[in-house]
Design a protein around this ligand. Sequence first.
Ligand SMILES: NC(=O)c1ccc[n+]([C@@H]2O[C@H](COP(=O)([O-])OP(=O)(O)OC[C@H]3O[C@@H](n4cnc5c(N)ncnc54)[C@H](OP(=O)(O)O)[C@@H]3O)[C@@H](O)[C@H]2O)c1
Length: 282
Amino acid sequence: MVNTGETTYLVTGASRGIGLEMVKQLLARGDVVVAAARKSAKATNLQAMKTDKLHVIELDVENPTTIQAAAAALKRDVPCVDVLINNLGVLGSLERSSEADLEDVAWVLKVNVLGTLAVTQAMLPLLRKGGKKVIVNTSSTLGSIGNKELLLADDEARRGNAFAWGAVAYNMSKAAMNMQTMSLAADLKDEGITVISHCPGWVITDMGNSGAEPFDGKAGPELTVEDSVRYQLKNIDGADLSKTGLFLPTPGSACRGKGAQHCGWHATDIARLGTFWWQPTF
Ligand SMILES: NC(=O)c1ccc[n+]([C@@H]2O[C@H](COP(=O)([O-])OP(=O)(O)OC[C@H]3O[C@@H](n4cnc5c(N)ncnc54)[C@H](OP(=O)(O)O)[C@@H]3O)[C@@H](O)[C@H]2O)c1
């Protein structure tokens, strides 16, 4: 396969939500995109985007053979992967943490943590051939253990945020994902591979809306997928070895308006977020 010099992005969880919008915006600016969907035949939105710059592949991280098959197919179809965007994810239950169903916890960790690591490992040979060599783990501020203002707030305040009240599996999975970012960044820096985590903000998607349901319409995501992805692409385009191992908040992505009082984050607090995250320098 001849390298045409174009930048190739692999986006997981591309069937809907943030992943689908990421595919749209990357194609619109002329990039080559590999869109990975759990059920590719049912991903009609992707199938409808007919362009020779789009490759749709099947990848279900609960079915490891699909990961290996996807890597093998890509070796034939594209010369390399420049940027891997590990976007896929599940939310799991929003039950109180102390009462969380352990099977649900195990499922969320399997998909969000082990699934992402498996994809990264399988795609490394293609990333090594790429020019940009960037791995992006789509994480969340909810993975921040240092977020004591919200996580250790009194019950009344925590009840105002479904993610602080419950979602132990999801929050644990994003904390683990951040450590995955750190470990891979350390492993791969000498090969020139950059690994970052970042947060897309609270975004209007199936997942974002599920997090809002317990608020009974009192709060919810206000960031559109279009805006979120525009902001995310700034992080992704700016990712280089000087940023490896970092968690990058998405500029302007914090909860705003009526959601802010429940979420505990405000757009103006973005700079302050940095103090909550590990910011290693290698
Ligand atoms: N929305 C938010 O407010 C928000 C906030 C912070 C972080 N995030 C993160 O952003 C990412 C995208 O979220 P979203 O809001 O776009 O979620 P979404 O609308 O629920 O979409 C999730 C995507 O992940 C895919 N997926 C689920 N299980 C999978 C599996 N086993 N194998 C492969 N793909 C699988 C889904 O495929 P199917 O369509 O086949 O189910 C879908 O494409 C996630 O990592 C999420 O944690 C979102």
